[in-house]
Design a protein around this ligand. Structure first.
Ligand code: ADP
Ligand code: TYD
Length: 214
């Protein structure tokens, strides 16, 4: 089972990944968590190029190629082997991010971005995706204090708004895979919504019931 988390910056993806991982471990699921970009040696080098410098200009298509390279390595070296071992893999961002950010944020041809982003996933498709939605104002207020603000965090309100809108349209077209979660609610309410979706959709997660009774 491959569970991905999407949303604009500060929507609470990494908070929710950590909480879900802890919960699933408590009820003895074999679970690992990861994120994009930046897994492994190649990924951390690519992450550095894409995010760490605010004094270099990267062409949108070059940025797309870098995210795709990061993904292919991540899938080949980590995600696919873990899935083959039968583990549940939780991933903070995957190919929907590429469509939203490079396709609509940067304005590259969305069809081309979809094809490349999908090819870089080497055939691995998320079983389910949680899109945690917040307003751009909430996002900006949450990330303003963030110590490791990066090149993309610093993009304009309009950029983040395009990304948010494109996520919402991905959800509308793929509501069988993508679940929309209101990220303006409290951290605990968001987590309980995620558990509810998992419990209702997959029988293996029936055990999550006990957390709602606590
Ligand atoms: P992301 O991984 O999507 O960028 P984070 O999980 O790092 O987001 O959260 C960004 C900031 O917002 C953190 O300081 C976190 O504690 C806070 N946060 C996350 N979820 C919520 C929430 N539902 N309500 C209020 N603050 C939140
Ligand atoms: P990071 O700090 O890891 O994530 P977050 O802000 O969600 O906590 O930053 C990753 C940045 O990379 C984020 O701004 C989204 C961007 N990104 C893309 O533009 N395209 C992609 O394909 C991926 C995976 C991420």
């Amino acid at each position: 089972m491959f569970i991905t988390f999407e949303g604009i910056e500060g929507s609470g993806k990494s908070t929710q990944v950590d909480l879900l991982k802890n919960t699933l471990e408590k009820i003895h699921f074999d679970v690992v968590s990861t994120r994009e970009p930046g897994w492994g040696r190649v990924g951390s080098l690519i992450r550095k190029i894409i995010l760490d410098y605010d004094d270099i200009e990267i062409e949108p298509i070059a940025e797309l190629a870098l995210f795709c390279a990061d993904r292919a390595q991540h899938v080949q070296e980590f995600i696919r082997p873990k899935l083959s071992e039968g583990k549940i893999v939780l991933c903070d961002r995957f190919y929907d991010s590429t469509i939203a950010y490079q396709g609509y944020g940067r304005g590259l041809d969305p069809e081309m971005v979809k094809k490349l982003g999908f090819s870089a996933a080497l055939g691995v498709i998320p079983t389910i995706t949680f899109l945690i939605d917040i307003s751009v104002n909430t996002a900006l207020s949450r990330i303003i204090e963030r110590p490791g603000r990066n090149r993309i965090d610093d993009e304009s309100f309009e950029f983040h708004n395009r990304v948010r809108k494109s996520y919402l349209s991905l959800y509308k077209n793929q509501s069988n895979r993508i679940f929309l979660i209101d990220g303006e609610k409290s951290i605990n309410d968001v987590q309980s919504e995620i558990r509810k979706v998992l419990k209702n959709r997959f029988s293996i997660f029936k055990r999550l019931e006990k957390f709602d009774k606590l």
